[in-house]
Design a protein around this ligand. Sequence first.
Ligand SMILES: Cc1ncc(COP(=O)(O)O)c(C=O)c1O
Length: 380
Amino acid sequence: MDTPEGHRPESIAAQALGWIDEATRAITPPIHVSTTYIRDHLTGRVYARADNPAFDQAEAVVARLEGGAQAALFASGMAAATAIFQALAPGDHVLAPKVMYWSLRNWLMGFATHWGLQVELIDMTDPAAVEAALRPGQTRLVWIETPANPLWTITDIAATSAAAHRAGALVAVDSTVASPVLTRPIEHGADLVMHAATKYLNGHSDLIGGVLVTREDNDFWKRVRMIRAQLGSTLGSFEAWLLLRGMRTLFLRVRAASQSAQRIAEHFAQHEHVEAVLYPGLPAASGHPVAARQMQGGFGGMLSIRVKGGEAAAVATAANVKLWKRATSLGGVESLIEHRASVEGAGTPAPADLLRLSVGIEDCGDLIADLEQSLQQASR
Ligand SMILES: Cc1ncc(COP(=O)(O)O)c(C=O)c1O
């Protein structure tokens, strides 16, 4: 196993830690598909629902990029996130943000609440609200998403983690949008990091996957891993292989998307057909000062625009684009646009005039020109 010690994260990602296949000297790994392994009664791998060599390299790369002790791949981002909550006990109190990935919010308010978790949704961007909601000795987990869907609000991971730890709570961060290129939550005090690997880590809109990273290998982490094995929320071998391939270009993709998103946000910030641009890279954004401290090298590829003329104008703008793809999801090489409120449905914090944009790696001038023509056409 050749691991380039002391190398920059860009080098670690590009060479997937420099591992080669010892059997063949191949520089990309084979796809391990076996579900079972030769073993004696005490040692060796047991069964691929719990433990699969196809995961080893991708998990090691993510753990290294995040500065954590270990990582675990899951069948989806949702499977990864829900494993953390399932490792708690019924009756435990948890804090989560009002503005967060809608499907996880729905699961928390539905399944998790029914199962017995006391879930409290708060304004996680407000340190005073966090302090007021924490119940020392009772609050077990604080869930952060930053930047947060679909308004791209920013939570101060360091301040929130310090407050949570004083109260005896763990902190988990959904860092899907920032990716380890821009933010490493463990360095800011978080205990656990979650990614929908479906998004930037893979980057090509061709797999569903999730990953968790832990600061330390402790009892809570062992419970999380046991839940993955028992529930069978494991990634497929081919998806693990694809993810490893996708991560080789992670830094190039995220930096290109962030640069273009910044340009697009600045271009449309003062536009005749745009009410507001929501992007933490704009100095006027309320989260900008914290984002500037917490995010390095850019503010991510996600932004939202509120279109003048309300819902009808926003929907028409999404319908008229030619280069942007009218589709949900994010973090792929192709740019996506969607009317978020109609995806999220009742209870969404997304205003009716909001379009969510996931910026890819196309020519930024082409992306701006396409959005321009679409806004002009929608306003006629
Ligand atoms: C921020 C965020 N977290 C979690 C998820 C869930 O990931 P998955 O779709 O892989 O289950 C998503 C998916 O859109 C997401 O955007």
